[in-house]
Design a protein around this ligand. Structure first.
Ligand SMILES: Nc1nc2c(ncn2[C@@H]2O[C@H](COP(=O)(O)OP(=O)(O)OP(=O)(O)O)[C@@H](O)[C@H]2O)c(=O)[nH]1
Ligand SMILES: [Mg+2]
Length: 323
């Protein structure tokens, strides 16, 4: 007898509603998104994060008044925030890091940052491997690392090349040109081109990656994003008034830079990219590419050490028998 029975196609089964089922489940559970900011000291990392997610996620101890002393991030500092938009929950973790590169000897100054990223992977793996694992593992893996480039107009510093390469091995790296209000539009375009060429030359593989798994449409979008990267951004924690409206901006002697104006800078491109077009893919790529690579390396090492242990035990037993 044929054990496999097929339902005639004329009979409606209803599994096509699965997309709605998945969607409503995902929406109810919400998304966990972890972003890290990395770069040289004083490039506006803390400021940009506060601009991106509007509310002051990172305690603003900023130099808002001239007499205040400048704040500086001194430790790796994760801040959690729950953002709700149209009933969709986004659990956002922002990991601010201290600027590097201002020491006489900058060797290995990136170690704590790389260690932090790897530690999140091993914490996840440990939870995955426990027999009584939780139904949902809290995800603290870094999904996106915004890398801040000094707006010198010249190019990348050797230390930036080193740090970016190390980061790209373990996390999705998205480079941005910091404080881009200090460049003219021509300088900015030239600088962007130069950075892209340098990244290619040094074989720094930044996000988004090209892969056959993407649909044609996604590949085209990624191609466009790659031609825009590094996003030239401006950050501000203060509102200024433009045409009677309050906007996020920076006011100087010559006028006002409206952070959200696409003619002024590419802040809006970065925000759309992070929150509208690539949020889910950044999360997925972290799991499928970076975490998977870490996981297989760890499991292989575990297997090797346990087979070494076994071999040693066998040798001991043999020795004992011979004695
Ligand atoms: N012109 C200009 N200044 C900026 C911009 N973003 C931040 N700043 C200023 O730069 C200074 C340093 O900003 P932070 O956000 O503290 O820089 P950071 O990179 O977090 O610094 P560390 O934590 O010390 O590494 C502050 O005075 C900011 O107001 C920008 O886009 N343009
Ligand atoms: Mg800071």
């Amino acid at each position: 007898m044929d054990a496999q029975q097929t339902t005639p196609l004329s009979q409606y089964v209803g599994f096509d509603s699965i997309t709605r089922q998945i969607e409503s489940k995902l929406l109810k559970r919400g998304f966990q998104f972890n972003v890290m900011v990395v770069g040289q000291t004083g490039l506006g990392k803390s400021t940009l994060v506060n601009t991106l997610f509007a509310s002051h996620l990172i305690e603003s101890k900023g130099r808002l008044e001239a007499h205040e002393s400048p704040r500086s991030t001194t430790e790796i500092h994760p801040v959690s925030h729950l953002v709700v938009e149209n009933g969709v929950k986004l659990r956002l973790n922002v990991i601010d890091t201290p600027g590097y590169g201002d020491q006489v000897n900058n060797e290995n100054c990136w170690d704590p940052i790389i260690k932090y990223i790897k530690d999140q992977h091993s914490a996840y793996l440990r939870k995955e491997l426990t027999a009584m694992r939780d139904r949902y593992i809290t995800d603290t893996r870094i999904h996106c690392c915004l890398f801040f480039i000094n707006p010198t107009g010249h190019g990348l510093r050797p230390i930036d090349v080193t740090v970016m390469k190390k980061l790209a091995d373990v996390v999705n790296v998205v480079p941005v040109i910091a404080k881009s209000d200090s460049l003219t539009l021509d300088e900015r375009d030239l600088f962007k081109e130069r950075i892209r060429a340098e990244m290619q030359y040094h074989d720094i593989r930044i996000y988004p990656f090209d892969s056959d798994e993407y649909e044609e449409e996604e590949r085209e979008l990624n191609e466009r994003i790659r031609s825009l990267i590094p996003f030239a951004v401006v950050g501000s924690e203060r509102n200024v008034v433009v045409d009677g409206k309050q906007v996020r901006g920076r006011k100087n002697r010559y006028g006002v830079i409206n952070v959200e104006n696409e003619n002024h800078c590419e802040f809006v491109y970065l925000r759309n990219f992070l929150t509208r077009t690539h949020l889910q893919d950044l999360i997925e790529t972290t799991a499928l590419r970076h975490y998977e690579a870490f996981r297989s390396r760890q499991l292989l090492a575990l297997k090797e050490s346990s087979s070494k242990q076994q071999a040693a035990q066998q040798a001991q037993q043999q020795q004992a028998q011979q004695a």
